[in-house]
Design a protein around this ligand. Structure first.
Ligand SMILES: NC(=O)c1ccc[n+]([C@@H]2O[C@H](COP(=O)([O-])OP(=O)(O)OC[C@H]3O[C@@H](n4cnc5c(N)ncnc54)[C@H](O)[C@@H]3O)[C@@H](O)[C@H]2O)c1
Length: 324
């Protein structure tokens, strides 16, 4: 009932996570206003949403305060997903990353405060932890980002908290750990490794690994991330920062082998190349806080998530491939 008839603004709505979130909010009866500057998003991601009379799309930039003031009129929830969302690209263009992410959130928070938005929920990232040695990350740990993207997300979290503490705006930051699933871009070197490797496997190309492949990640299926966002909208958890992951790390070597097995391409190889600057070695979410505060429990194992994602991809692109 939380979202029925409520106005929800999703920034970055044409992106991978924003468009999945938009669809779920519409299913729950919300009136959704999606905004995106289409820097990385695709309008086709909103084809489903556009069929719903409770959906509107506005092309615009989160760095434009007057646009946001206009969009946030009489808004209950803002989900801030828009971002300069790539670690390697942020290493190449730190000032652009800062501009979109940090100046962007300042506008989102200012506009939300001025327009009396009830709640702002923000897509943060596990990259804020950076190079701390502990495998399992909990929210109390030190944060030592090692990329401009991680640094920007940390600054965003700080502003989220400050706007709650100083102005009473109800803000919650969710730290996502490597998300994958339908609508993830597969056509750019800056996209997630699962989309790139699936594409290579189906095209009978070896999988390229940066480093020795022993780095691990907590790959999280997008539907679990959406579940967490909806719970964060329902529960009263202002000022909090909460990890959202699968809670189940996998090394890139094991992930590669799993993708080759599922696509029946076990004759292909993992090909090793230099590590990438800004990449962290291990990362996996302690979900205790998410369980306690949000009652969040991931529903997908990595194999289940990969199967569902690959099947969606095959059907959408009309590809002749069977998932094993
Ligand atoms: N995908 C992941 O693994 C992951 C992990 C941690 C955090 N996140 C965060 O989740 C959010 C969504 O990520 P995603 O994977 O869907 O990325 P995405 O690039 O698919 O979506 C981001 C969207 O924001 C839009 N955008 C970029 N700059 C904008 C601007 N100035 N004004 C308006 N719109 C703008 C893009 O066009 C894009 O549609 C981002 O904040 C990202 O940092 C993602």
């Amino acid at each position: 009932m939380t979202f029925q008839g409520k106005k929800v603004v999703v920034t970055g709505a044409a992106g991978f996570i924003g468009s999945n979130l938009t669809d779920s909010l519409l299913e729950l009866g919300a009136e959704v206003v999606g905004i995106d500057n289409l820097f990385n998003g695709r309008t086709e991601n909103l084809d489903e949403a556009r069929k719903n009379k409770n959906f509107q799309f506005h092309k615009g930039d989160v760095r434009d305060l007057s646009f946001l003031l206009d969009m946030f009129e009489e808004t209950d929830f803002v989900y801030h997903e828009a971002a300069f969302a790539s670690v390697p690209q942020s290493v190449k263009m730190p000032e652009n990353c800062h501009d979109v992410n940090v100046n962007g959130i300042m506008n989102v928070l200012n506009a939300a405060r001025r327009m009396d938005v009830k709640k702002v929920i923000f897509a943060s990232s596990s990259s804020v932890y950076g190079e701390i040695p502990d495998l399992k990350k909990n929210e109390e740990m030190r944060r030592v980002p090692i990329s401009p993207y991680g640094a920007a997300k940390l600054a965003c979290e700080a502003y989220m908290y400050v706007f709650y503490h100083v102005y009473g705006l109800k803000t919650t930051s969710l730290r996502y750990f490597n998300v994958y699933g339908p609508r993830q871009r597969d056509d750019s070197p800056y996209t997630g490794v699962i989309a790139i490797w699936f594409n290579r496997a189906r095209n009978n190309q070896n999988l390229i690994v940066f480093g020795d492949g022993e780095q691990s990640r907590d790959f999280t299926y997008v539907k679990d991330v959406i579940q967490a966002n909806l719970l964060a909208g329902e529960k009263d958890v202002p000022g909090e920062i909460i990890n959202i992951g699968a809670g189940n790390p996998i090394s890139l070597n094991d992930l590669g082998r799993l993708i080759l097995k599922l696509t029946d391409r076990e004759h292909l190889k993992l090909e090793y190349t230099d590590p990438r600057p800004g990449d962290i070695k291990h990362s996996f979410a302690d979900l205790t806080k998410a369980q306690e505060m949000l009652n969040f429990q991931p529903k997908y194992t990595q194999e289940e998530g990969l199967r569902e994602y690959f099947k969606w991809y095959i059907e959408k692109n009309n590809i002749d491939l069977e998932i094993h």
